[in-house]
Design a binder for this molecule. Sequence first.
Ligand code: ADP
Length: 460
Amino acid sequence: MARVVNLKLERSVFRKVLVANRGEIARRVMRTLRALGIASVAVYSDADIDAPHVREADEAYRLGPGPITQSYLHVEALLDAARASGAEAIHPGYGMLSEKADFAETCEAAGLTFIGPAPAAIRAMGSKLGARQLMREAGVPIVPGALSPCDDPQAAHTLAEELGYPVLVKASGGGGGIGMQVVRQSIALAGALESCRRVAERYFGDGTVYIEKYIERPRHIEIQVIGDARGHVLALHERECSIQRRHQKVIEEALSPAVTPELRRRMEEAAVIGAEAINYVNAGTLEFIVDEQGEFYFMEMNTRLQVEHPVTEMITGVDLVAEQLRVAAGEPLSFDAAPAARGHAIECRIYAEDPKRLLPSPGTIENIAWPELDHVRVDHGVEAGYTVTPYYDPMLAKVIVWGEARADARRRMIEALNQTRIDGIKTNIPVLLAIARHPSFASGQYDTGFIDSHGILASI
Ligand code: ADP
């Protein structure tokens, strides 16, 4: 497996850190805390009282009932837990409060270090429209489209004609592909804008919508960046995230089989310029869409640790959580230049879902078996006897493999998935296996429409 380059802090940057999250990411953050000799504080809802992340922490505090608004998003309860435990810092993981600028501010006001970027940087990237404006000014190529809200249907029509159909209607405050709609004809535009606005209002409390050019058969390729408080921003290469279902990632790899050294250099340069434009301090990701001609366009920046960060860790040997802790404490990055990528890594996300219908599949896990192979990392937050509830994201685990070459990694992934058993609930493991075995995946020739265009769901 790739070597670890940065777990060598002579002294701990913090003594105690509260992890404001659950499941696999809470455990993953705690693993680094342990390795650095930092005490960990878990928080939990009533639904997670027996969850592994609670047991593994040095201390644990109850937040409230199962629903996230009453537990993991309950800021007062979190601050009480931080005060009671004496934690000096809060790591938000991903999702939950990780990209809430107000929460970052509240932490700072309470004398706690938020392990993430400055609130202003979170805000700058929190609106997709605002981010598009900023990146355009910084000279980062963005997807052609609107720079301000599309409130007026007539102006939206004019812009769509200029861009040429198809166009994509998006929620500025959106995430998880929610509300997004492809529009292929002008007659459908007004309705799509209106329904996206309604969905955005309901999910994000922000009905701002806009349109951009819909790029056909694109690849989603993103650049991992990391910046410290001394103004040093580095790009840790790309992740290929084009295997998606409903615009949500399912399999990610690093490096991308589609990126040439020249394209990598240009994308990394753009990502660093983008992060520098907001004085970015933390691990972050600039997401790009790459068209069939190999042109890349900025889509959005995620100002947090990403679900798929392990593939970057596997090929670089960097522990991204350790770097997050360092830079949040004002320390410099532990390396002057980005470590070169070594080998190839692939990650599969295992969801508790009915694989054919893509519906969540809650229930109690009866038995579980994880792969036992070299160069395989499993980040998970569940065990036998654990009950998957409808309260939280249905992602249970990530299986991450490494190989000298992509073909080795793919073979290892198939073996690892074959060894993985989660009994008692339905999972998407059959879908992951069907993708991993598919000749087009094996060839590296694929785009974001892979699952649909190859009839993967119908084949299982
Ligand atoms: P969200 O924040 O809701 O997840 P993103 O902007 O990150 O939305 O886009 C999610 C996915 O939607 C992308 O990975 C890509 O597959 C698809 N997508 C987004 N924008 C475009 C576009 N302009 N053209 C084609 N596909 C797109």
